[in-house]
Design a protein around this ligand. Structure first.
Ligand code: ACO
Ligand code: HSE
Length: 381
């Protein structure tokens, strides 16, 4: 049974129309049997909202976060900056004065929604017993939350990277509930290379001696080294070779000596120190099991699964306005892959580009470049 609930630490009020923007809320969306057969007796999804749903229910926008993102897209009434706050907010491209904006922490995450670190009915973390999830599972569960919020149809579903995969899957799964979909720096199916990079990351976590097959929560030690290693590799794919070269070249980190005459500990190059910093930051804000579960969900991403072919799956978007965008320097989700997606749509469209030297993360740092095109093609009412 689905219901919106109040929990003391998350909510001043659970009322949809309480007028508070950017505050974490949670809703129970019931029991669920996952695409690959796993089961959870009760699932909670964490979400935030901005603005108000209009009387006709036509102004709801769903913003989808990427792999390690969360539901806090824009500042709203909270004091903390949101991860897309130059793109989503009052008077911005996704205008919270005009639209009812919703962001949901993905199932399996560690930022409010039920995930491997959540307690089971006995208060023990699910850990290794947490089911395998897919992007399809995530959108099916979010459809239940949309029902609870009174959103029968989204004006727009928008996201980048895994958020783009989630957005596209929403539209393919529920074409009658999506008017516009914006897919940034993403694909219809995870590619061999994306799966390969992801596999190294999952192995790094699993091979950490502190991983304990996923049941590390009560041990007092966590697989930080494995998670940090996974983030280092991932972060290289999120940035371009040119950016790393321009920023760091062969420079030594201040006060460190990266080459030594004998074997043993050495100092770091700047780029090594940078990766160490990215790893430490993630380890402090993310759960290793969630990273594993979500990475494997992204590896499984294939909107064609369950359909005769990708063409048949994408044909479901006949009546959906699909906008495809890419970062021109992306070396994880290559522009050519966005071009292929756009060309495979029932009504082929041009790809819109974010011009950024930094690579994949450009969808986070420079999304506002898409403002004019999205205002013209999507947010034009
Ligand atoms: C808090 C949240 O927003 S989480 C939810 C949303 N987040 C996400 O979706 C993704 C997580 N974040 C990211 O991937 C990135 O931080 C981005 C893409 C958002 C921002 O990228 P950029 O602004 O280009 O930052 P960049 O990757 O250059 O990192 C800058 C950091 O590296 C540090 N740094 C730079 N050079 C070095 C060096 N030689 N040694 C050590 N650290 C270094 C900077 O001090 C800075 O640290 P800080 O982030 O703690 O302030
Ligand atoms: N840096 C982003 C990009 C992933 O696509 C994240 O950590 O979620």
């Amino acid at each position: 049974m689905a219901s919106i609930v109040t929990t003391e630490e998350t909510l001043p009020s659970q009322e949809l129309t309480d007028g508070q923007d950017g505050i974490l809320r949670r809703a129970f969306v019931g029991e669920y049997t996952f695409e690959t057969g796993g089961y959870l007796p009760q699932i909670e999804l964490a979400y935030e909202t901005w603005g108000q749903l209009n009387a006709e229910g036509t102004n709801a926008v769903l913003v989808k976060h990427a792999l390690t993102g969360d539901a806090h897209v824009s500042r709203g009434d909270s004091q903390t900056p949101g991860w897309w706050e130059d793109f989503v907010g009052p008077g911005l491209t996704v205008d919270t004065d005009k639209y009812f904006v919703v962001a949901i922490n993905i199932i399996g995450g560690c930022n409010g929604s039920t995930g491997p670190s959540s307690p089971d009915e006995h208060g023990n973390a699910w850990g290794s017993r947490f089911p395998f999830i897919t992007i399809k599972d995530s959108v099916r569960l979010e459809a239940r939350l949309a029902d609870l919020l009174g959103v029968h149809s989204w004006h727009t579903v928008i996201g980048g990277s895994m958020g783009g995969a989630r957005a596209l899957e929403w539209a393919v799964e529920f074409p009658q509930r999506v008017k516009n979909v914006v897919v940034m720096a993403s694909t219809a199916q995870a590619t061999a290379e994306q799966i390969a990079f992801a596999q190294v990351q999952t192995e790094a976590i699993r091979l950490d001696p502190n991983f304990a097959q996923g049941d590390y929560y009560a041990n007092g030690v966590r697989p930080d080294a494995g998670l940090g290693l996974a983030r280092r590799l991932a972060h290289i794919t999120y940035r371009s070779e040119a950016e790393l070269e321009a920023r760091f070249a062969r420079n030594a980190q201040t006060g460190e000596q990266p080459f030594v005459t004998t074997r043993g500990p050495r100092g770091r190059y700047q780029v090594e120190s940078y990766l160490d910093h990215q790893a430490t930051k993630l380890v402090h804000r993310f759960d290793a099991n969630s990273y594993l579960v979500l990475t494997e969900a992204l590896m499984s991403h294939d909107v064609a699964r369950g359909y005769e072919s990708l063409t048949v799956a994408l044909a479901r978007l006949e009546k959906v306005n699909v906008v495809v965008a890419a970062v021109n320097s992306d070396r994880l989700y290559f522009p050519a892959q966005s071009e292929l997606l756009a060309a495979s749509l029932p009504k082929p469209k041009p790809v819109h580009y974010i011009d950024s030297p930094i690579g994949h993360d450009g969808f986070l740092t420079d999304a506002k470049q898409l403002g004019p095109v999205l205002t013209a093609l999507v947010f034009d009412d």
